[in-house]
Design a protein around this ligand. Structure first.
Ligand SMILES: NC(=O)c1ccc[n+]([C@@H]2O[C@H](COP(=O)([O-])OP(=O)(O)OC[C@H]3O[C@@H](n4cnc5c(N)ncnc54)[C@H](O)[C@@H]3O)[C@@H](O)[C@H]2O)c1
Ligand SMILES: [Zn+2]
Length: 453
């Protein structure tokens, strides 16, 4: 049950999908002075009712339906609880349509504090494992656990070391052991609280423990919010390569709390922008134009600009995934810039370049290939390069002759190679790409000349 209250002490309860007005705390508005309203606020908070006076008044004035009112309130509660100004109307919701596995992605500030209520609304079981990493735990684990407990759940916190090395079968094993020790059962669920590493690991644990249990993504990096938390690909690495073991397992809910991005180091944030720009190139010329215009705001992490941008990226990924859940066709377009990007990550030993940095160079190289092979105009090639530069991402890399040979060899090893031919996603224009394109060796070398001077 979710409960919201306002300054007059009016309380709305949402039970089994219906919203009821409750007036047991009601204060007569005309005679209510500030101190009375404050005491109402305290008493509402004590009994677990979220106080959101202004939101209720605003919502009533706008005559919103109860469902919209609820979204509106839930949006406000996050910002009010953090005692910040209200951001009326900018919680975004994106639906991923996959039949009975459909789910919502919510994007807005203050969403972590609603984690418990949102899980309750989904009817998830009483116990849950919250998997997070050593960096994220001190920042957000307490808030997550409090929110879950507040809604009646019994969370078990599982911390893993930060970084890619945690995406391993060994760490999966330690997670299983903790879940077993705390007697999690089929109906229990997993919360992935962290970046893409935690999301992939926790999702894989959820997809396999007890032959699969529900999971909820709370992505805390920009990359995880716009990419890894959406689409249901989960998995871990082997010594032989990245993401070699995994599954398709869709979350029940994705909560993208914009507040979590405030603690993200600038380099990690910019790396996420590498994927954001990609969505503009592969699918949405309008998004690309807005990024050209709004990038300064986004770099300042302006919540309004971020909410719109992240939600649009999620909607694009959701649209692509809904049409091709198991990666047999269209989903390939998400790999624009990734053939060269992955190869660069592989030859430099994962870690030198962040993923977004590697695919930034990969996308610039792919734009040169696109100009040569499928008619992308030179103005667009320039705009693509400029946008990555403005985002603080690298657009060239200096490689020795030996490294460059290894780069091309690594591309041939990429999963997307079939029949010995390297397949590329190429852009006809900004906002429209084609996939499965064969690229002659000479064209590849010429494109590399332009990004590896
Ligand atoms: N499943 C998919 O579809 C998919 C798609 C893209 C990427 N991925 C995977 O995602 C992973 C990369 O994700 P990532 O870039 O989020 O890396 P990450 O999870 O390692 O996070 C980057 C760093 O930031 C820290 N961090 C996370 N949130 C923070 C916050 N709010 N404040 C401060 N620090 C924070 C982490 O502890 C880590 O040190 C890779 O393993 C990649 O394979 C998966
Ligand atoms: Zn990527």
């Amino acid at each position: 049950m979710i409960r919201y209250g306002c300054g007059q002490g009016l309380v709305y309860e949402r039970i089994h999908g219906h919203t009821h007005e409750r007036s047991q705390h009601r204060v007569d508005h005309h005679r209510a002075d500030r101190s009375r309203i404050e005491s109402v606020r305290e008493s509402l908070n004590r009994c677990g009712v979220i106080f959101c006076h202004r939101a209720v008044t605003e919502a009533k004035r706008a005559d919103l339906s109860m469902v919209v009112l609820e979204e509106h309130l839930s949006f406000h509660t996050g910002s009010l609880q953090a005692s910040r100004p209200t951001y009326a109307g900018f919680m975004r919701s994106v639906r991923v349509s996959l039949g009975d596995r459909s789910y919502s992605i919510l994007v807005g500030p203050g969403l972590l504090s609603q984690l418990g209520d949102r899980c309750l609304a989904l009817g998830l079981g009483a116990r849950c494992g919250v998997i997070t990493d050593e960096t994220v735990a001190p920042l957000f684990a307490e808030q997550a656990v409090v929110a879950l407990r507040g809604a009646g759940f019994s969370p078990v916190l599982i911390r893993v070391p930060s970084g890619e090395t945690s995406k391993s079968l060994k760490v999966v094993g330690t997670c299983y052991d903790r879940l077993a020790a705390h007697r999690l059962e089929r109906k229990s669920f997993i919360v992935a609280l962290g970046g893409g590493v935690v999301g992939d690991l926790a999702g894989f644990v959820a997809s396999t423990y007890l032959r699969g249990m529900a999971f909820v993504q709370v992505p805390t990096t920009l990359l995880a919010q716009v990419d890894s938390s959406v689409g249901g690909k989960v998995g871990v690495n082997l010594k032989a390569g990245k993401n070699l073991v995994g599954a398709f397992h869709q979350p029940k809910l994705v909560l993208c709390d914009l507040d979590s991005l405030n603690t993200l180091p600038p380099r990690e944030f910019q790396s996420g922008l590498g994927e954001v720009i990609k969505y503009g190139i592969i699918y949405d010329a309008g998004l690309f134009r807005r990024l050209e215009r709004d990038l300064p705001k986004i770099l300042r992490r302006d919540p309004m600009a971020l909410a719109a941008t992240i939600a649009r990226c999620c909607a694009i990924k959701a649209a692509v995934v809904s049409q091709d859940e198991n990666e047999s066709g269209l989903r390939a377009i998400l790999n624009y810039g990734h053939t060269i990007g992955h190869a660069l990550e592989a030859i430099s030993g994962y870690g030198e370049y962040l993923h977004g940095e590697a695919i930034s160079m990969g996308q610039v190289a792919a734009s040169h290939l696109s100009a040569r092979l499928v008619g992308l105009d030179s103005k667009s090639v320039e705009r693509i390069r400029n946008l990555f530069v403005a985002a603080g991402l690298p657009v060239s890399v200096s490689l020795t002759r030996r490294q460059r040979e290894r780069l091309v060899a690594a591309m041939r090893l990429d999963k997307k190679v079939s029949g010995g031919q390297i397949k590329f996603v190429l852009a006809r224009r900004i906002g429209e790409v084609i996939w499965g394109q064969n690229v002659p060796e000479t064209a590849l070398q010429e494109a590399l000349d332009l990004v590896c001077p």
